[in-house]
Write a protein that binds this ligand. Structure first.
Ligand code: GDP
Ligand code: IMO
Ligand code: MG
Length: 433
């Protein structure tokens, strides 16, 4: 069976966790291939008595909530070991079996000094800050590229670990003390902290690329789940207001060790409107009552940092861009229910940049900063759609909205989210063959 990639189409928080959870029972492996605990995925599971259980996942793949799934943290991920065990303990305390989790020996570790550096760098940037989650993501990927990173496998070789921490701190302590005027990190304490996780970590560590190769050869289903999203991708996003990893479909291969020839489908999650956390350009952002309506109705507050999310109308220039960059075969539109009650639902179909119409993302970042949305307005609907389970159940105007979006983004809409719950979804086309 080929592998399936799942990515975010916008600036994150599209509902990737819910979509992964939905597919959970039909897949055998769920692999997180990029990012770390900057991600925040909320999954809401309804019990038989109608009560709802909410799970917030950061570092673990969303597939961990499905007992039949083997969850994998791939080589492209950066792992904060303290967070890993806290998250596992939290799930275990709620009765979730996490014993199948595998972690790539090649994944990088977020050392404590990189958490410090993330925060002090942001403070130093002042008004030019990125608005990071402060989890040490950027500095850890920078170390990886600079070849001074610490990998999971290093935790099991004290001599090597000490050498690597010393090598990293030779420069970093100069930066911490002389530039940021903060305390130097003590190599001994860092090594001690990292070694303290070794015994618990050891049974989880594997050559996960090999495990996945075997699984694919045996006909198993593998889902590669992105953290973050297309416009937060370090290459294809709104640089420098991005994260530091490859969150698009290409990153699924480098971040897991699965070759491109084995990927058969790319599913992108598209929120029915747009949100963004942190700094950076956002053409359809609303600073008015409509923005407040989307934030309140959609509960748009960050799962990781609790920050209110910036909100705006759907932007299909971004949707088309996501289709092109990821090779999207299927879209899942989420949170359509949030648009219920609006008299008109605008869709941004192009940008005006200094009097020139742009149907594609502008080449230059400055143009994107100055882009004014060109809207097409569709009629809204008033009916509660959370109980709809087929496309035909939706009010005519909601159907028309989905069909117009489908036409504009250039790939089929295979599922539509109508509420946060696991079953509050309309499936139009099977997401798995
Ligand atoms: P992720 O980071 O892409 O996994 O998304 P988040 O979990 O950060 O944010 C999505 C939020 O929307 C979560 O609180 C979900 O429970 C919620 N959600 C997902 N799909 C739907 C939907 O179709 N309707 C509504 N109302 N909420 C949804
Ligand atoms: P999920 O997986 C939304 C944003 C941060 C900041 C920028 C860089 O839940 O969709 P970082 O800490 O990664 O260096 O921050 O990226 N960001 C996210 N925004 N959803 C996420 O993840 C995000 N992960 C990072 O707010 O603007
Ligand atoms: Mg999120």
């Amino acid at each position: 069976m080929p592998a399936i990639v799942l990515v975010g189409a916008q600036w994150g928080d599209e509902g990737k966790g819910k979509a992964t959870d939905l597919m959970g029972e039909d897949v055998d492996y769920v692999v997180k291939f990029n990012g770390g605990n900057n991600a925040g995925h909320t999954v809401v599971i309804e019990a038989e008595d109608g009560s709802r259980e909410k799970y917030a996942l950061h570092l673990l793949p969303s597939g961990i909530l499905t007992p039949s799934v083997t969850p994998i943290i791939g080589n492209g991920v950066v792992v904060d070991l303290e967070v890993l065990f806290e998250e596992l303990d939290g799930l275990n305390a709620r009765g979730v079996d996490t014993s199948k989790l595998l972690v790539s020996a090649n994944a990088h570790v977020i050392a404590p000094y990189n958490r410090t550096l993330d925060k002090v760098t942001e403070r130093f940037l002042g008004a030019r800050k990125i608005g990071t989650t402060g989890r040490g993501i950027g500095p850890t990927y920078a170390d990886k590229m600079n070849r001074v990173g610490i990998r999971i496998q290093d935790i099991f070789d004290e001599g090597i670990l000490r050498q690597k921490v010393d090598a990293a701190l030779a420069l970093k302590n100069q930066v911490l003390v002389k530039i940021y005027n903060t305390r130097a990190a003590e190599a001994d304490r860092v090594v001690e902290e990292l070694l303290s996780y070794a015994d618990r970590l050891r049974p989880m560590v594997a050559d996960t690329a090999l495990v996945l190769e075997k699984a694919l050869n045996e006909g198993q289903n593998v889902l590669l789940e992105a953290g973050q999203a297309t416009l937060l991708d370090v290459d294809h996003g709104t640089y420098p207001f991005v994260t530091s990893s490859s969150a698009t479909a290409g990153g699924a291969c480098t971040g897991s060790g699965i070759p491109p020839t084995r990927v058969s489908r790319v599913i992108a999650i598209l929120k029915a409107y747009t949100t963004r956390v942190g700094e950076g350009p956002f053409p359809t952002e609303l600073d008015d009552d409509n923005g407040e309506f989307l934030r309140k109705t959609g509960a748009e507050y960050g799962t990781t940092t609790g920050r209110p999310r910036r909100c705006g109308w759907l932007d299909v220039v971004i949707g088309r861009y996501a289709t092109r960059i990821n090779g999207v075969t299927d879209f899942v539109i989420t949170k359509l229910d949030v648009l219920t009650g609006l008299p008109k639902v605008p869709i941004c179909v192009a940008y005006d940049v200094d009097g020139v119409r742009h149907d594609e993302m502008p080449v230059g970042q400055s143009d994107f900063h100055h882009a004014t949305p060109i809207y097409e307005e569709l009629d809204g609907w008033w009916e509660d759609i959370s109980g709809c389970r087929t496309f035909e159940d939706l009010p005519a105007n909601a159907q028309a909205y989905v069909l117009r979006v489908e036409e504009l983004i250039g790939a089929r809409v295979s599922a539509i989210g109508v509420g946060p719950g696991r079953h509050e979804i309309i499936e139009r086309h099977a997401l798995l063959d």
